[in-house]
Design a protein. Structure first.
Length: 326
């Protein structure tokens, strides 16, 4: 056990306890958590900073407003319903079209038909706090349904891939793209079975993928190669992630973005407690990159400069397994 621990530290792998005590507790003041834990506030802050986000169609804040659902989506064929304070993709409902044959029915991303009554029941559960981080009453957001960029057409199953960038003291430090699968029910969530693929910070090209703890080269459902994809708008994505530092005030931050085929990169949400699986996807430890940021950190550097430094300092690790594997 101690030997494995030494190997992890030597490889620069950041552990959960170290992340919590050295970075989250030290760099993320609790008073700032609402800026990322409440998606409504995150969206407002991003818009105020001139950052692109999915359009918000409406908010249902209490049980009495659930009946407003039909009014909010009256002229919408597609939309997303999500809890304002949810996490991990729980409680998100993606509607892609209205049924042409059945009145008052909608088609989900999975192809399943769902009735208006069922959607209202789901919204009621969101408002009651079933999916909120704290279990307290929540709000349901109804917003634009992203249509992903064609780059991801062969490596995504019934869902929208997203790009997670970990930002440390304002510097983009590591990134991955999360690809929905059948097992993840079309959600870009690694814990539910999505594939994570590391991204070369210098070029925006995908590296090997990880499914659970296994390294994979192909998408499990489509068979398409995961490696070698060029992420569109990579410069813009890194600059936007770097700007998340000014928007939230958080020193250790996860910025999640999607790429819409018409609107380009959009800020989806931000996270004060980004997970550590990104290290497996990149076959690289975060600790060494964090240490490098501490060495070169420049308080006067703006988001553009910090993103340029990230591309220069953190080129791809082309290994196909974690450096501590036997």
């Amino acid at each position: 056990m101690f030997s494995a621990h030494r190997k992890l530290r030597a490889a620069g792998v950041l552990g959960l306890n170290e992340r919590n005590t050295d970075y989250i507790m030290r760099l993320n003041p609790r008073r700032l958590y609402p800026r990322v834990d409440d998606k409504t506030l995150t969206k407002e802050l991003a818009i105020a900073a001139g950052m692109a986000v999915p359009d918000l169609y409406g908010i249902i804040a209490n049980q009495g407003e659930v009946r407003r659902f039909g009014e909010i989506v009256a002229d919408r064929n597609s939309f997303v319903i999500k809890p304002a304070r949810g996490s991990g993709g729980d409680g998100i409902l993606v509607v892609t079209s209205r049924s042409q044959r059945k009145r008052d029915c909608y088609r989900l991303a999975s192809g399943v038909l769902i009735s208006t009554a069922e959607i209202r029941y789901h919204i009621s559960n969101i408002v009651s706090g079933q999916y909120s981080l704290s279990g307290n009453p929540d709000k349901a957001l109804i917003e634009y349904c992203v249509r992903f960029d064609p780059t991801f057409a062969e490596v995504s199953y019934q869902g929208v891939p997203d790009i997670r960038v970990v930002v440390y003291r304002g510097y983009p430090t590591m990134a991955m793209v999360r690809l929905p699968t059948r097992a993840s029910d079309g959600k870009a969530n690694l814990h539910k079975g999505a594939v994570g693929a590391g991204i070369d910070m210098s070029s925006g090209e995908t590296l090997t993928g990880v499914l659970g703890n296994a390294v994979v080269d192909e998408h499990p459902d489509t068979g398409a190669l995961i490696t070698g994809l060029r992420i569109p708008h990579w410069d813009f994505i890194l600059r936007s992630a770097a700007r998340g530092y000014e928007v939230t005030g958080l020193g250790y931050l996860g910025v999640d973005m999607v790429i819409d085929r018409e609107r380009g990169p959009l800020i989806l949400e931000m996270n004060a407690r980004p997970g550590l699986n990104i290290q497996i996807a990149n076959c690289t430890g975060l600790a060494k990159r964090i240490a490098r940021v501490d060495e070169i950190h420049d308080e006067s550097a703006g988001p553009d400069e910090r993103s340029r430094v990230a591309r220069r300092e953190f080129p791809a690790n082309r290994q196909t397994s974690m450096p501590f594997d036997d």
